[in-house]
Ligand binder design. Sequence first.
Ligand code: BG6
Ligand code: MG
Length: 218
Amino acid sequence: DIKGFAFDLDGVIADTARFHGEAWHQTADEVGTTWTPELAESLKGISRMSSLQMILDAGNHADDFSQADKEALAEKKNHYYQQLISTLTEDDVLPGMRDFIQSAMAAGYKMSVASASKNAPMILDHLGLTEYFVDIVDPATLTKGKPDPEIFVRAAEVLHLDPENVIGLEDSAAGISSINGAGETSLAVGISDVLSGADLNFESTSEVTLANIKAKMQ
Ligand code: BG6
Ligand code: MG
């Protein structure tokens, strides 16, 4: 029996995955790594410092930058990202997601947020959605990021639910692995091949409804 939902934020609730992509694209250009759609896809769900490391590795630049340089690059990316999201409004909730969250609440499901982003609380605030969630897992308290299961394990714990009673929603391959590893039901949003490991697949957020989920689970 499903009793709760653990939501990724960027690319599931908020239309912000494209802003992370744009900001990382700029970082890739600065360090001399070729930006490709595959690299962009592989960075989804990955923490800030690990994303930077993947960009450096993709261009064989890992040894060209000191730890201090890396921290400065990550800081600069975040600054650019925060500029891009500074104009976020309630209209930047992805299609159907506000309705889905409200109807899940009305139906008695408990909800938490499992985002790798340290900007998540601020974004939820801008979108006017904070009040719907029992808790937002703080990624700063994790020992390992996605694809490790830790974040989705914690997202069930804060709901006081067993993982088997939780559906995790994700738009990234790393996030689907994390949900599957946590023993929850994984729901993927998006049309990428890299999401084929999910239990339930939805092409877009507008199709994510309680009725459609129930139909797919049978
Ligand atoms: C995830 C995004 O939600 O958060 C990643 O999918 C991002 O692209 C990660 O790198 C960390 O975000 P932030 O805001 O802490 O840099
Ligand atoms: Mg995401």
